[in-house]
Unconditional design. Sequence first.
Length: 191
Amino acid sequence: MARSLKSIVESLIFVHDQPLTLDRLCTILEEYERPEIREALEELMEEYEQGERGITLCQVGGGYQLRSRPENADFLRRLTKTKTVKFSQSALETLSIIAYRQPITRGEIEYLRGVDSGGVLKNLLEKKLLRIMGKKDVPGKPLIYGTSREFLELFSLKDLGGLPSLKEIQELAPHDPNAEQPALPLDAIDA
């Protein structure tokens, strides 16, 4: 692998403010073959993982991006003095439902949550964590919602396959056998 190609790829990823896809890199680097570019990316990812560096090359939102290591977050907050992103309980519920059930309509979300979700959906759309995927072919033509690339970036996900499974979530949650909690009817809705 030519060192210059790795250097070029690293520079492109470094200066771009959003994840760069392999397709976009191939368009920019037309003098190189796709397998060469992919190999350069893989080698860079490996080099960043092996070293004791403060940054890492991650696959997020369908592309590649340099990011600070999560274990350094507390120190970075001291430098930037920014607040962490916080979500209300209703925003998290809505975002979770959409992430796992997309494409989904507002009516389906409200059925699962049991409350009006219009304000929460508007807020999540303004933060660009959701996108409108179209309209459902039923009477009234309700909008269909799904997560956005920004959602994947915020939660450091390569794709939606990186979301924890229901089994993994249940293993993390404290289990109180005396507490009665109704199960969400997730199978009741046809997506």
